[in-house]
Design a protein around this ligand. Structure first.
Ligand SMILES: C[S@@+](CC[C@H](N)C(=O)[O-])C[C@H]1O[C@@H](n2cnc3c(N)ncnc32)[C@H](O)[C@@H]1O
Length: 303
């Protein structure tokens, strides 16, 4: 019997979470993948804070996974693919800085540690937007580590489904100056309407010369196809108990088209395999399979 995924069945319009519940846990999960990627022999990027977040969370599944990391291509598939994604956004911000942009906004920052990892040009401000409890956990763990950001880092604790743009401006964001925006791994967690409102707000805040990068390992997260993958590649362990289809909404509008409709000049859209080729990697079969059903999309655009 087919188990048709019930998109969004675990969600409501005003739901809330911390780092170990609902959508918040997905931020911890991808931090786990970044931690595993950093432990691989030739990581594309190194996020040394990721493992610290996992330890602090005391999540049993991720702690056990990090204590006994797999080494096979299948076991490392999701960490490897998230490493590729992390590199895409790292390069995006480095290039934006080199082009003179000094305001970065990390939308749905989760446990993104770019403010602490990247060599930002002087005078750069990095704004991080996410729900209060997610940012609180992150700040607590990084403070305990004595970690120092490499740019001026400003938290904007807000729900993207509300009018967060005022909070961003109140936090010092200057709409007259160009900005660089990352929208990483969050669109599937927003309804089509909420995505449209997000793009409208970002576009209204983006002065000429602004840039945006949007991307996610999966633009379609389908429970049945994940199960089929795990049957064909038993070493692939994606997510512990997370039911992505129930936490995400059914995709409707293509984000690249939506960006273009909001007046952005959009570069050709790439998938993970295109990015891997650009980094000189030959994707193993499991990566090709994952990309074929998850339909990753990596988009860059300029205002
Ligand atoms: C898969 S995680 C990605 C986190 C981060 N961008 C990364 O790639 O490491 C999804 C993130 O989106 C955030 N998020 C989802 N919906 C949100 C909303 N309505 N308002 C604020 N943050 C939201 C979650 O709190 C979580 O941190």
């Amino acid at each position: 019997m087919s188990t048709t995924p019930e998109f969004g069945s675990l969600r409501s319009d005003d739901d809330n979470w911390d780092i170990v519940s609902s959508v918040g846990y997905t931020a911890l999960l991808v931090a786990g993948w970044r931690a595993l990627h950093a432990m691989s022999p030739q990581p594309l990027v190194r996020d040394d804070y990721a493992k610290v977040f996992i330890a602090a969370s005391q999540d049993p599944y991720l702690a056990a996974t990090l204590a006994n990391p797999g080494t096979s291509e299948d076991e490392m598939a999701f960490p490897r693919l998230y490493g590729v994604q992390t590199r895409f956004f790292d390069d995006f911000f480095v290039d934006a800085g080199a082009a003179g942009i000094r305001q970065a906004v990390i939308v749905a920052a989760g446990l993104d540690s770019r403010a602490y990892r990247l060599e930002w040009p002087q005078e750069t401000t990095v704004f991080e937007v996410d729900l209060p409890k997610v940012l609180e956990f992150k700040a607590r763990v990084l403070n305990e580590q004595g970690a120092a950001p490499k740019a001026r880092r400003v938290e904007v604790a807000a729900d993207l489904r509300t009018d967060w743009s005022r909070a961003l401006e109140a936090a010092g964001f200057d709409v007259e100056r160009p900005s660089a925006w990352s929208v990483e791994g969050v669109l599937p967690y927003l309804t089509d309407d909420a995505q449209n409102t997000l793009f409208t707000r970002i576009s209204g805040l983006s002065a000429p010369g602004s840039r945006i990068a949007i991307g996610a390992l999966g633009s379609r997260l389908d429970h049945d196809q994940l199960e089929a993958l795990e049957t064909a590649h038993p070493g692939v362990n994606m997510s512990g108990d997370v039911d992505f289809s129930a936490l995400t909404y059914e995709p409707q509008t293509d984000p690249a088209e939506r960006l273009a409709a909001h007046g952005w000049v959009v570069e050709p859209v790439r998938n993970t395999l295109d990015l891997q080729a650009g980094y000189g990697m030959t994707p193993p079969e499991v990566d090709v399979k994952i990309d074929s059903f998850m339909r990753s999309q990596y988009i860059m655009a300029t205002r």
